[in-house]
Design a protein around this ligand. Structure first.
Ligand code: ADP
Length: 605
């Protein structure tokens, strides 16, 4: 059962390797060279005590050497030559071994870095394309940790644990093969401690693996907490939530520390156990080996080889627990990376999807049903036809599906039943990028990036010229305040654009939408929370922007709604009223009573 955990970790790593096999394949030449260097290192390690053996045997026997035929040539050398050859060989072996270690270390580091760099790119690309349904359920800090830290961990572990462990095991096997060849009885006795070693190693490493996994998950939670509190620092400070976040972070940090200490204790214990085991094996070999030497069944040199092997073969295994802990951490990291990589986007290009032609802007919903979670219907049997250039206002109480309806036009989600159609074609027939590229959006709160104002606007259309950017900004009523910024259009905005007011941010978002010149425009409560002056500026900008487009405006402001060509009143996922202001007032339904209860102020002027 206990080996099970290490096997499980190795299996996860193996699965990951399969996942990256095309990337690994590209590195095959450096990888082969590194493995050859590793094998050379193991072979040279095995050879290292041999010059000493020949010298000792020659000194003890003072003349030629009996024993295996393979050594007859060495036996025939005179003592001085033998001493010189052995000394040179010793230096050569150690020198070559150093070269092999150097080459394998560098080689594997290069391969590891190259592979993991590509894996990180792959992962980040995948995260970018994953559907909103995934992102709304995952914590961004944890995701960030997966892209940055977990990938790093994989790289580090493959280079600092997996390969040394492989090297140690190969060396151990090679040395025992030679020991059995020299004297199988003594080798058998020396190998008696191996089961003891494995018993203790497997027991400890299984515990270490548990801790390592927990720790990795814990770090994910910590990163998520930190990211959330930093991301929402304004609210955290305004609502005096700092202490709550701090306490939760301290607790999590503390737990990680406690686990780390437990791991360190186990690792240190493991090292000491191996030291004792090496001493026991050495004592046995000394005791039994000496009797064999006295009986002339073993040369003193061979006994030296045995003793040297015991030291070198077992010592790297002291780190077995450390390595297996690291491998467990890597496998936990691996699982977290695989979990993301294996998540398939819900919304993707269907086979045979083509690039969308330039839209005219007719939008139709046919018997559209949608649920975020199976069973909880959010939109039910939506039928709607909007002609190119029409302005549609969507109103209704909160939480009744207004944003969901417009997100279906953007294809942030695919409807569960029915069709969302543009210019008579289901939008799923088009590639996502070509479709979304033709729909502009201004939300209630728009993210501006930490780049220049110019670039923030140009994100809507990467090829835009300075003139186009400026004319979009003018249309958005933003040109004036941009010119008043320290570097005008080149002013770099602070992270999350804290240096701009909300109204200014909205106007930059409108400029960003304007520059795309798309025929479909979605405005999701863009004036919420603005003061009158800013609101007017934004409305004016929106009106200009909407002139050429089919526009969907979600609003609570009935004055805006009343001016549109079509008003939709949405309740519990159904359109319960639709028509122009006049039609809905005549129908005397929900809209009319809402309008009558809160007549727009301007009517009284
Ligand atoms: P509105 O825009 O009218 O306020 P929404 O379209 O945002 O309403 O939400 C409609 C319903 O769908 C609400 O009950 C809301 O809780 C739910 N909902 C919205 N977004 C998600 C989501 N990402 N996952 C699950 N449920 C959601």
């Amino acid at each position: 059962m206990m080996q099970g955990k290490l096997m499980q970790s190795l299996q996860t790593l193996f699965k990951f390797l399969q996942y990256c096999s095309p990337i690994i394949h590209k590195q095959r030449s450096v990888l082969t060279a590194s493995f050859l260097a590793l094998f050379a290192e193991v072979a040279l390690q095995i050879l290292q005590p041999w010059p000493l053996k020949f010298v000792i045997d020659r000194i003890v026997f003072s003349k030629g050497l009996e024993g295996q035929e393979i050594f007859q040539f060495i036996g025939s050398l005179d003592t001085t030559t033998l001493l010189i050859v052995s000394s040179v060989a010793l230096v050569a072996i150690v020198g070559l071994k150093a070269l092999a270690i150097y080459s394998s270390t560098i080689g594997f580091a290069i391969v590891g870095n190259r592979i993991l760099t590509e894996v990180r790119n792959l992962l980040f690309r995948h995260v970018q394309y994953l559907s909103l349904s995934f992102h709304t359920k995952s914590r961004s800090g944890d995701l960030l940790l997966r892209v940055m830290n977990d990938v790093n961990m994989l790289k580090e572990v493959s280079v600092t644990a997996f390969l040394p462990l492989l090297g140690s095991i190969l060396t151990l096997m090679g040395m025992f093969a030679v020991m059995f060849w020299l004297n199988w009885e003594l080798a058998l006795i020396a190998s008696l401690v191996i089961p003891l070693f494995f018993y203790s190693a497997v027991k400890k490493s299984s515990k270490i693996q548990d801790f390592a996994r927990k720790q990795r998950k814990q770090e994910g939670v910590m990163a998520a907490t930190a990211a959330e509190s930093i991301g929402g620092i304004q609210d955290v400070q305004a609502l005096s939530l700092s202490n709550i976040f701090l306490n939760s972070f301290y607790n999590q940090n503390d737990k990680t520390l406690r686990e780390e200490v437990k791991v360190k204790k186990l690792e240190a214990g493991m090292e000491r156990t191996v030291d004792v085991l090496i001493a026991i094996a050495t004592a046995i070999v000394l005791l039994y080996g000496s009797t064999l030497v006295l009986r002339n069944e073993l040369t003193p040199g061979e006994m030296i080889v045995f003793l040297a092997y015991l030291g070198t073969a077992f010592r790297p295994l002291r780190n077995f627990a450390k390595y297996s802990g690291r491998i467990a951490k890597a496998s936990a990291a691996c699982e977290r990376v695989l979990e993301v990589l294996e998540t398939k986007p819900d919304v993707y290009d269907l086979p045979g999807a083509v690039d969308a032609p330039v839209y005219r802007g007719e939008v139709r919903f046919e018997k559209v049903k949608f649920a975020y979670d199976p069973g909880l219907v959010v939109l039910d049997n939506i039928n709607l036809k909007v002609m190119p250039g029409q302005r549609v206002s969507i109103i209704g109480p909160s939480g009744n599906g207004k944003s969901t309806l417009v997100s279906l036009i953007l294809r942030l989600y695919d409807c569960s039943e029915g069709h969302v159609m543009i210019d008579g074609k289901d939008i799923r027939e088009y590639t996502l990028a070509s479709h979304r590229g033709q729909v502009s959006v201004v939300l209630q709160d728009n993210v501006l990036f930490a780049v220049s104002v110019k670039d923030n606007i140009a994100y809507g259309a990467p090829d835009a010229t300075q003139e186009e950017i400026e004319s979009a900004a003018r249309l958005a009523n933003a040109h004036q305040f941009i010119m008043a910024l320290p570097d005008g259009y080149d002013t770099i905005l602070g992270e999350r654009a804290v240096t701009l007011s909300k109204g200014q941010r909205q106007r930059i978002a409108i400029a960003r939408a304007a520059i795309r010149k798309s025929r479909i425009l979605i405005l999701d409560e863009p004036t919420t929370g603005l003061d009158k002056e800013n609101e007017n500026a934004v409305i004016e900008a929106m009106d200009r922007l909407a002139r050429e487009c089919t526009t969907f405006l979600i609003t609570h402001n009935l004055q805006h709604a009343s001016r549109s060509d079509l008003i939709l009143y949405l309740e519990r996922g159904k359109i319960i009223e639709q028509g122009t202001h006049g039609e809905l007032m005549n129908a005397n339904g929900r809209y009319a009573s809402l309008y009558n209860a809160n007549p727009p102020l301007r009517e009284y002027k």
